[in-house]
Structure formats: C-alpha cells, structure tokens
Design a protein around this ligand. Structure first.
Ligand code: SF4
Ligand code: SF4
Length: 409
C-alpha cells in the first residue's frame, strides 16, 4: 500500500516475514525513498528501539533482520558513515546493563563496520519541554546529517501505543529520560517537534500487545512500514492495528497543534485497512500510578535501593507495580550447534536468521563473520534441535516467560 500526502509526506506499507522477504522489502522501501537520502559522505544515525534487554522476538526491541537489512541497503548504496545509536530505558542504564551487547547489536560493529553508540553515555544538549522537563538530547543525534528512526509496534501501558513518536524518547540521554514523564504525552509530542527523523522504518514483524512495552504478549504482524513523516507514520500504523488515535494522548496533542487534521484522519480511515486489532494495554494498577506520582518522587528515590533488591522487584512485578525485572548476569553463550537427529527440517530457523544463513548452514557456519549469536534460531526452533554452549544468565527469565510464545510465531 502506498499513500501519498503531497508535500506533507508518504507512507508505504509492505508485507514481509522471513529474513529473505525482509531483505528484499527493505531494499524496495529504501529505493522508493531514495530521493530523500543525503549525499554519500553524510553521517547517518539509525535509531532503533532498544528499550530494554528483551530479545526482539518477544516484540520489545528492533528485530536484527530489519536492522541488518537496512544497513546492508545503505552500505550497498555507498553510505559509509553509519552509526546505530539508542539509549535503553533508565532501569537498564541505572543498573549498568549493556543492552546492545545483550541484544547482539554490538556484533554489527565488526560485521558491517558501523559504529554502535549507547546514547545514555552521550554528551547532550538540554531542550525545554513541558511541566519543567528539560532532558538532554544526545549530541550524536543532534550532530547527525540524517536520522532514521526504527520503531516497533507495541502497546504502552502509560502512553497507549509505542511507534515512531514514542521511539523518539530514546534520543534523550541517561537518567534525564525521566524528565519526559513529568508530562509524558505532551513531552512525547514536544520532543518530536524539537528534533525530527528524516525517515522512519517501522519493524512491524513481531509486535507486542497487552501489558506492553515490557511485559505484553508477542504477536505476528508481518509488516514493514516506511515513511518520511513520523506523525503520518503513526496515524497510519494506529489504523493498521485498530488503535483509535484519539485514545492516544500524544496524538491528541499532535492534533491540537495541527499535525493531524480531520481531512487526514478521514483519508486514512477510508484508505488504510485494519490488518489486525491489537489488544490494548490494561488499565494501570493504582499502585503503579502511585509509583509514578510526581509528588511521591522523593519517596521513590529514597526506597530505590530496597526496590532494586531482586526479591523486592520480583514482588513488585507480581503485584503489577512494575513491568521490567532485570537480572544482572549476562549470558555466557559462546556457540551453538544443531542436533540433526532432532531437526524436523522445517526451515524456520533460516527464516529468522538476520545474517541470512539457511537452515542447513545454521549450527555449521558458526564463525563471527557468519553468525552474530543473536540466538533467534534457537528461540524459534520448535524441536529443540539447536543447542547452546554456555549459560543463559539473564535470558533464563525470558525463556521461562516467552519461549513457547516465540516458538508459536
Ligand atoms: S527450526 Fe529447528 S527443526 Fe526447523 S529446520 Fe531449524 S533446527 Fe530444524
Ligand atoms: S545462526 Fe542463529 S544465532 Fe547465528 S546469526 Fe543466525 S539466527 Fe542468529
């Protein structure tokens, strides 16, 4: 589906699922927007949603099939100054967890000769938003010649839905991202007025619904969306997943400011089909709301050392006060192999391999130039035929929560 909104922008929606389809489709989309691309020596910053350390196949972070395909497409066009940059959420940052390493985004550095930058450690420039918020926007983002936002589609218990506009919160560095929560809806809108991406490529392969963004259910959506306007992008995506944009407070602010008008809305409702209705996030518990109350911020800071203790954070998770529980043990997986006697030759592992190994090659070609150890093949194998060497560490909790869901994708 191709939607043109004249000078305002364009949105293209494509179906894709397997790694081969993703590569072909990303190439087609980049070609369609090639008139937007900068000169070849431009500094291009790709900003994926790497919200936390949950593997992409549960719907939280950007799928490496999309990221690898986009880098390959840009490299093939002669762009050489590329950086992949994001700052994960404040909980990840505060605990010193390296989400890029856990998500294997760091392996793209050597594979493609790109930079990987944790924006949480970036120098930044304060921008004045609403309700006293003045987060620092990462210098890496401000200094880039060209910005590509790569969001997911996931429900967000506080914001409604996370796509391009919400992904942009990640351009704020370090703990100052908390400033956004002083008035989240207005500040999501405002940060997108302050700094805009040049292009958006939505990873709509696996989304998250229900109690997102950190504890919802993954669902197969199987689409990629590219656009040159974040507001149009999110208007279209919300229609695709049947999320009424008027129920998403930051979209209301965009409407009030004139970025979305009734004519645009009517056109999108008439021309864009609903592909799949997303299950909305449940109402937040009273305790969860209290935990975010501005007037109780001092108390939150005071009890933080206690809340960071595993037994307390586990209890807070069970009581639905928090979504994210972090484990400080990195995994120590050093390799993988395939047990041919268990393999049902379904080819599913090859469909998910970001480095385009076939199901026959997976577990055989294991050198770093072939395999970035994302473990997607292991996550999706329905027969348990992929075996890992090393310890799962922090992945154990994710496996318990999500492995069977991922196998069903
Ligand atoms: S997903 Fe598992 S069963 Fe299917 S081809 Fe790969 S290793 Fe074999
Ligand atoms: S072989 Fe498996 S672990 Fe290696 S890159 Fe492919 S999907 Fe990831």
């Amino acid at each position: 589906m191709d939607l043109s909104f004249g000078d305002r922008g364009h949105v293209r929606v494509r179906q894709a699922w397997t790694a081969a389809e993703v590569r072909t489709t990303v190439e087609e989309l980049v070609e369609a927007f090639s008139h937007r691309l900068p000169p070849k020596d431009a500094r291009i910053v790709l900003k994926p949603n790497l919200n936390n350390d949950l593997v992409a196949l549960v719907g939280n972070s950007v799928d490496l099939r999309v990221l690898c395909s986009l880098i390959e497409s840009l490299k093939n066009r002669g762009f050489h100054d590329l950086a992949v940059a994001d700052g994960s959420n404040v909980g990840v940052h505060r605990r010193g967890i390296d989400a890029m390493q856990r998500l294997r985004v760091d392996r793209l550095r050597d594979r493609y000769d790109v930079e990987t930058i944790d924006l949480n450690h970036d120098d930044g420039v304060p921008v004045v938003l609403h309700a006293g918020a003045h987060p620092r926007v990462a210098r890496t983002v401000l200094d880039a010649d060209f910005l590509i936002s790569i969001p997911k589609i996931k429900t967000h218990a506080e914001a409604g839905l996370s796509c391009a506009l919400k992904n942009w919160v990640g351009i704020c560095a370090g703990q100052q991202k908390r400033h956004m929560h002083m008035d989240l809806a207005r500040n999501i809108f405002a940060i997108n007025e302050a700094v805009l991406p040049n292009l958006v490529l939505v990873d709509g392969l696996v989304g998250m619904e229900g109690n997102g963004p950190g504890d919802g259910q993954p669902f197969r959506f199987g689409h990629l969306v590219m656009s040159d306007d974040s507001f149009l992008n999110d208007l279209v995506v919300m229609r695709l997943v049947d999320m009424p944009w008027r129920e998403v407070p930051y979209m209301q602010h965009a409407h009030d400011a004139g970025y979305i008008d009734d004519a645009l809305d009517s056109r999108v409702q008439a021309e864009v089909p609903i592909i799949r209705s997303i299950e909305k996030a449940p109402a937040r518990s009273r305790l969860a709301e209290l935990s975010e109350a501005k007037s109780l911020h001092w108390l939150k800071l005071a009890v933080r050392p206690l809340v960071d203790r595993p037994e307390v954070s586990d209890a807070a998770y069970r009581l639905k006060i928090i979504q994210d529980v972090y484990d400080l043990d990195d995994d120590t997986v050093t390799g993988l192999s395939k047990d041919a006697s268990r393999c049902g030759e379904c080819t599913k592992c090859g469909d998910f391999c970001p480095t385009h190994l076939s199901s026959e090659e997976i577990g055989v070609k294991t050198e770093p130039q072939d395999c970035i150890q994302c473990l997607y093949c292991w996550w999706v194998c329905p027969e348990g035929a992929i075996e890992l060497s090393g310890e799962l560490g922090h992945l154990s909790r994710q496996v318990e929560r999500y492995k069977s869901d991922v196998e069903r994708l």
